[in-house]
Design a binder for this molecule. Structure first.
Ligand SMILES: Nc1nc2c(ncn2[C@@H]2O[C@H](COP(=O)(O)OP(=O)(O)OP(=O)(O)O)[C@@H](O)[C@H]2O)c(=O)[nH]1
Ligand SMILES: [Mg+2]
Length: 321
């Protein structure tokens, strides 16, 4: 019999059996995710153990404006993946939206119903307002789901500011969801969302203006400089369950393209490089900010009424401590 001690990570007094995580045991996976969210050495140890068992899941990032229908799409995709026997993991990052709070609650409940079985695991993560490590933690939560036997892991996040870039880093395939009303947003997001999308979904195509938007979108895509993979555009109406199969096919096509010529390998290597860099920054940062340096900083700032000490001078002095 295998020793539980060597197979387990102790969280307070409650051990998590690593094999339970690999088996997709809901409680073990949920606890492992909590460990990662809490961070610290427990989290490091856990990732050390499960990391060799990752690399099997296809990681799909789903981003786009608030209320575009991302959760509804995830829900419909999940049902379709289940039909083909795939195990699904879902991570929703900062799902609280001031615009669609009510609708979201409904979606969440629906997803939570799904999550009551071993085949679909849903978890929401509140990252907004937390300090640092957001993309690292997300990556680690996805690692846990990956190691727990999920074939597909979907990561949903609202595409504002930095988060869409983070999701592109964490995903193998990035889906940007837009709606017929997103015309102006496209202008704003060109630099961000346009560059990261492997697949565009034009959702709510049951609404007016869908075809015009489609034309806008194809026009904007001509601006893409990397022609290795020309992003697909898929028209959906998530609420009517239309276009979901086409979306799944587009994801499959991108996945195949990634596997050919080993694009997936270089993508994952880049992901690993970025994670290592992020951990280094975090560790150096926390090493640097000792109590002594913090109070020196505060003293120097409070003595700096006439702007005589420059930020560079402060940095130099802090480095001398
Ligand atoms: N007309 C129409 N409404 C839709 C469609 N898909 C989703 N909705 C509705 O749009 C609202 C927002 O949907 P969500 O799936 O919560 O959107 P979201 O992008 O996840 O929202 P956030 O997570 O808050 O950013 C809900 O009321 C959905 O029922 C669609 O294809 N057509
Ligand atoms: Mg949502």
């Amino acid at each position: 019999m295998r020793s539980i001690v060597f197979q387990s990570i102790f969280v307070l007094v409650m051990p998590i059996n690593i094999n339970d995580i690999y088996d997709g045991d809901i409680k073990a996976v949920a606890r492992a995710i909590s460990v990662v969210e809490n961070g610290g050495t427990g989290a490091n140890e856990l990732i050390e153990k499960i990391y060799p068992n990752t690399g099997n899941a296809h990681r799909i990032g789903i981003t786009g404006p608030s209320g575009a229908g991302k959760s509804t799409l995830v829900d419909k995709l999940t049902h379709l993946y289940r039909k083909s026997g795939k195990m699904v993991g879902i991570v929703a990052i900062d799902p609280t939206s001031p615009f669609t709070g009510g609708a979201l609650l409904g979606d969440r409940l629906r997803l939570q119903e799904l999550s009551l079985n071993k085949e679909v695991f849903f978890r929401s993560m509140a990252n907004r307002g937390s300090r640092g490590g957001i993309s690292r933690k997300t990556g680690e939560v996805v690692d846990i789901l990956d190691s727990s036997g999920k074939d597909v892991v979907m990561i949903e996040t609202v595409g504002v500011g930095q988060s869409e870039l983070d999701i592109a880093g964490a995903a193998d395939t990035t889906i940007v969801v837009l709606v017929p009303e997103s015309g102006d947003e496209i202008q704003v997001m060109k630099a961000g969302l346009m560059e990261i999308a492997d697949i565009f979904v034009l959702n709510k195509s049951d609404r007016e203006g869908a075809d015009l938007m489609l034309a806008h979108l194809s026009e904007s895509l001509k601006l893409r400089s990397d022609v290795n993979w020309l992003p697909k555009i898929v028209k959906t109406s998530a609420i009517r369950n239309e276009g979901i199969e086409e979306l799944m096919e587009a994801i499959e096509e991108h996945s195949k393209w990634l596997s050919s010529e080993d694009k997936i390998g270089s993508k994952r290597n880049l992901r690993l490089i970025n994670r290592v860099k992020e951990i280094i920054v975090e560790e150096l940062n926390s090493e640097f900010w000792t109590d002594e340096r913090m109070s020196l900083l505060e003293n120097m700032i409070s003595d700096n009424g006439n702007n005589l000490i420059t930020p560079y001078k402060i940095v130099e002095d802090l480095k001398k401590v």
